[in-house]
Design a protein around this ligand. Structure first.
Ligand code: ADP
Ligand code: MG
Length: 408
C-alpha cells in the first residue's frame, strides 16, 4: 500500500520566514512593511446554503496563506507567489475592473479594488504569497489569499477594520466582491467569513440572510474536539474541481428559479414543515423534478446545520455523525455535486469506524471530511488510502483540522 501523504500546516514563524525570503528574492530593494496570514476553511455542514440565505458551520484550518506586503506611493501592484513560480503579476489599481483582470492576481488586486469601492483610500503595493493551503481542494485557498491581503491592506492603510468583528464583517464583504466581481467566481460568502471571523477551538455558525448585523450573522460555537476525544480528518481527493466552470452557477440559478416559482425571496424562507407543499408547487414547472431535488437538499441541509450546532452546544459532539452522513447523501443524490472520489472517502471512512463523513466545499472533487475517534485516525487513514489504491486513483492528501485562528 502507498503510505498516506500528510499535508502538514506550517508554524507562523515558518510561514513568515518563507514570505520574507521570497520578498527579498523578488523585490531586491528592501523589506516588506509586515507579514499577514489567513487560514483556509473546512465546512462541517451547511453546503450550498450560503447563497440561499441559509446556515453554514465552518472552522478555520491550521493551514494558512502568508503575505509579505509593502505599500507603494503610486497605484502599481506587483505580485509574486511561490505557487506561481517564475512569474510576476502586475497591474495598476486604476485598471482593475470587473471583466478586465485576469489570472491569480485578480484575487489580490480585487480586494484592493473592493476596499476602494467601499470608500477607503488604498494605494499600490508590492507583495509576495506562499501557502500551505491545498490549492483548488475545496478548502478555500482563494479566500485565504483574499483575506490575508485584506488584513494586510487594513494594517498598512490604518483602516482598523480587522480590530473588531463588525470591521471584519466589512472586510468579508470586500473579499466576496473581489472573488465574485474581479476574479469572476460566483461563490457565496461562507469562505471569507470563515477565514476572517472564525476563532480557535470554535466553529462559526453563519447565518447568511442578507441585511443581518455582524452580531446577528455569526455565532461562535465552542467545538472542543480534543475534550471529546475526536479528530477532524480532511481528505483532499486531488480530483479536479473547478468552481469557475458552469456547474456552481447552474446550481445557484436553479435555486433562484425555484425561489421565484415559490414566491419567496430565498429558499431560507421555506420552513422544513412546508417542504412537501413547496415540492408539490414545483412539480408542474419545467425541469420541476430537478428543482424539487435542489430545494429538498437546501431546506433539509439548513435544518441539519441547525441541529448539528444544537448538538455541539449541548456537548454532544459524538452524536453529529448521522447528520454528516445525511448531508453527504443529500449532496450526492439531490444536489448532484459529489464525485466518485468523495463517495469513496465517505464509504471507506465509515467502514473503518468514522462517526460521520461527508464531502465538504462546493463539490465535483475537492475534499471530504471524517469525524474520527482519536484512536481510529490511523485505521481510517489507512482504509481511505487503500480504497484509493484499489480504485487506481491518484493518492489523496490527508490533513488534520483542529479549529484554528482567523486572519491576522
Ligand atoms: P479553492 O479556493 O477551493 O482552493 P479556487 O478555485 O476557489 O479553489 O481557488 C484557487 C485559485 O485561487 C487558484 O487557481 C489561484 O488563482 C488562486 N490562489 C489561491 N491561492 C493562491 C496562491 N497561494 N498563489 C497564487 N494564487 C492563488
Ligand atoms: Mg475558492
Amino acid at each position: 500500500m502507498t503510505s498516506p501523504q500528510w499535508l502538514d500546516s506550517w508554524s507562523a514563524d515558518d510561514g513568515a520566514a518563507r514570505v520574507r525570503t521570497l520578498f527579498a528574492e523578488v523585490f531586491a530593494d528592501g523589506e516588506p512593511d509586515g507579514v499577514w496570514s489567513a487560514p483556509g476553511r473546512v465546512n462541517l455542514i451547511g453546503e450550498h446554503t450560503d447563497y440561499n440565505a441559509g446556515l453554514a458551520l465552518p472552522v478555520a484550518l491550521p493551514h494558512r496563506t502568508y503575505v509579505a506586503l509593502r505599500s507603494r506611493a503610486d497605484d502599481v501592484v506587483r505580485l509574486a507567489s511561490a505557487q506561481a513560480p517564475g512569474e510576476t503579476w502586475q497591474t495598476r489599481l486604476a485598471d482593475v475592473a470587473p471583466g478586465e483582470t485576469q489570472g491569480w492576481g485578480a484575487y489580490v488586486a480585487g480586494v484592493a479594488w473592493a476596499l476602494r469601492e467601499a470608500g477607503h483610500e488604498i494605494g499600490g503595493f508590492d507583495a509576495v504569497v506562499d501557502s500551505c493551503v491545498p490549492f483548488g481542494a475545496g478548502l478555500s485557498s482563494s479566500a485565504a489569499l483574499e483575506c490575508a491581503v485584506a488584513v494586510a491592506l487594513d494594517a498598512v492603510h490604518g483602516l482598523r477594520l480587522a480590530a473588531d468583528d463588525a470591521g471584519r464583517a466589512s472586510l468579508v464583504t470586500a473579499c466576496v466582491r473581489a472573488e465574485n466581481e474581479i476574479a469572476g467566481a460566483p461563490t457565496g460568502g461562507m469562505d471569507q467569513a470563515a477565514s476572517l471571523r472564525c476563532s480557535a477551538g470554535h466553529a462559526l455558525l453563519l447565518d447568511c440572510r442578507p441585511g443581518l448585523s455582524a452580531l446577528e450573522s455569526a455565532d461562535r460555537v465552542p467545538f472542543d474536539l480534543t475534550a471529546a476525544g475526536l479528530t477532524l480528518l480532511v481528505v483532499d481527493t486531488r480530483a479536479e474541481h473547478a468552481l469557475v466552470d458552469g456547474q456552481y452557477a447552474q446550481r445557484r440559478a436553479a435555486c433562484e428559479r425555484a425561489a421565484e416559482i415559490l414566491g419567496v425571496g430565498s429558499l431560507r424562507e421555506v420552513a422544513p414543515d412546508e417542504l412537501d407543499v413547496a415540492l408539490e408547487k414545483l412539480a408542474g414547472s419545467p425541469g420541476g423534478d430537478v428543482l424539487q431535488r435542489r430545494v429538498r437538499h437546501v431546506v433539509t441541509e439548513i435544518a441539519r446545520t441547525s441541529e448539528f450546532a444544537e448538538l455541539v452546544r449541548a456537548g454532544r459532539i459524538t452524536a453529529v455523525g448521522p447528520l454528516m452522513n445525511a448531508s453527504h447523501t443529500s449532496l450526492r443524490d439531490d444536489y448532484e455535486v459529489s464525485a466518485r472520489e468523495l463517495d469513496l472517502v465517505v464509504e471507506a471512512a465509515l467502514g473503518a469506524g468514522a462517526l460521520g463523513a461527508r464531502m465538504t466545499g462546493g463539490g465535483f472533487g475537492g475534499s471530504a471530511i471524517a469525524l474520527v475517534r482519536a484512536d481510529d485516525v490511523d485505521a481510517v487513514t489507512t482504509a481511505v488510502q487503500a480504497a484509493f489504491d484499489d480504485a487506481g486513483l491518484v493518492a489523496p492528501g490527508f490533513l488534520l483540522a483542529p479549529p484554528s485562528d482567523p486572519a491576522a
